[in-house]
Write a protein that binds this ligand. Structure first.
Ligand SMILES: *[C@@H]1O[C@H](CO)[C@@H](O)[C@H](O)[C@H]1NC(C)=O
Ligand SMILES: *[C@@H]1O[C@H](CO)[C@@H](O)[C@H](O)[C@H]1NC(C)=O
Length: 350
């Protein structure tokens, strides 16, 4: 067992943060860079420390009251610092959202048995006790999502959505009990708005794309098609989102047959990352309603053209407008890259 206590390292990390000046002034670019590299080193060090503590003696940790909790808390702190770090980089112009390197994504790529095998191997290599440190793709593997998405999935019934929404509320209550908010100015997860909205579209099975949304009436170019509602939920903390997925996965019990890959993998792929305000921090967003079933279109070869776009001007404010006339029954498609940051999971500690 390593001799340095996690709490000690956390103190160190926090004092490092406090010694940093405010992030706004552009004249202190050099200082920011120094700060950034210090922070990056501290994070790397801390992350590897967490790894060594957990692998060295799980049992002892689990029996030692509260230690596990502390490690989880540290993982959350690290995730948040990564988000802060990415915000500094972005504000300094070191990272540009637009120029984000694009992940190899083939048009409507189909999962195959090789993906499932690869994922099963990753899953085998994961230590369940270290769940709080899993990355996005490790979570994907741990919940066996490749195997899940090869199946054809039914359209969620209204009961299923209700169940998911009530579970979300229970989760938020539980999470606040586990870790009451301290000096944070924002909750770790919340409902975006109290507005409700009945969009002119309905779910259907869209061939090889799986579930999708189609227009249930004619929609004219420029019309509002979809917007954020009280079913749009926000996670400001990457770790809280991870915890939500695990809670969902195990909500009927931890026995193999009780685990809920189906819902958990849906929620995982329905989630995306964006900034709520220009130059603001990254958050995770998802819709707990049919809106989540919208498929992607791109003006690229091999893709179908999108017919809705987020935001009227450049900024996506959770309002999606028709960019052409849409006929009844036509599938609604949107280019996710206009609002979602597809490779930002690591910046939220995931
Ligand atoms: C949004 O409001 C509707 C209608 O009151 C309700 O059924 C639904 O559960 C709410 N959504 C959430 C996430 O609470
Ligand atoms: C979502 O789709 C289901 C299935 O088509 C439908 O019954 C339900 O009314 C829809 N919900 C909303 C809020 O549009």
């Amino acid at each position: 067992m390593a001799s340095i206590q996690p709490s000690l390292l956390l103190t160190l990390l926090l004092s490092l943060l406090l010694s940093c000046t405010t992030l706004a002034s552009p004249s202190t670019k050099k200082r920011h860079e120094e700060y950034e590299s210090k922070l990056a080193n501290a994070l790397t060090h801390y992350a590897s420390h967490i790894g060594s503590v957990t692998t060295s003696s799980h049992q002892a940790l689990l029996e030692e009251d509260g230690t596990m909790h502390e490690l989880e808390f540290a993982a959350m702190a690290i995730a948040n610092e990564m988000n802060r770090l990415s915000l500094i980089r972005y504000r300094l112009g070191l990272d540009d959202d637009e120029e984000e390197e694009e992940e190899e994504s083939e048009p409507n790529s189909q999962l195959d048995t090789a993906d499932i095998e690869k994922e099963a191997m990753i899953k085998d290599s994961l230590d369940p006790e270290e769940w709080y440190a899993y990355s996005y793709w490790e979570l994907h593997a741990y919940f066996s999502c490749a195997a899940e998405f090869i199946k054809s999935k039914p359209i969620p019934t209204p009961e299923r959505w209700n169940d998911l929404r009530s579970f979300y509320h229970e989760f938020v209550q539980q999470d606040l009990q586990d870790w009451p908010l301290q000096n944070e100015n924002e909750p770790r997860s919340y409902i975006y708005t109290d507005v409700s909205y009945d969009p002119p579209m309905e779910p259907f099975q869209s061939g090889f794309k799986g579930r999708g949304l189609k227009a249930n009436r004619r929609i004219e170019k420029g019309e509002l098609v979809f917007r954020a509602t009280n079913n749009t939920i926000i996670f400001t903390h990457g770790h809280t989102w991870r915890k939500f997925l695990f809670a969902l996965y195990e909500r009927h019990g931890e026995e193999e047959h009780q685990l809920d890959s189906e819902t958990t993998c849906d929620v995982l792929v329905w989630s995306w990352i964006q900034r709520l305000v220009p130059r603001g921090p990254l958050v995770i967003v998802m819709d707990l309603d049919n809106g989540s079933l919208m498929n992607e279109g791109r003006e690229d070869e091999g893709w179908e053209d999108p017919n809705v776009k987020c935001g009227k001007e450049d900024w996506c404010d959770f309002e999606y407008y028709a960019i052409k006339d849409i006929e009844v029954g036509e599938e609604i498609l949107c280019d996710y890259r206009e609002f979602a940051m597809l490779n930002a999971w690591v910046d939220m500690g995931l």
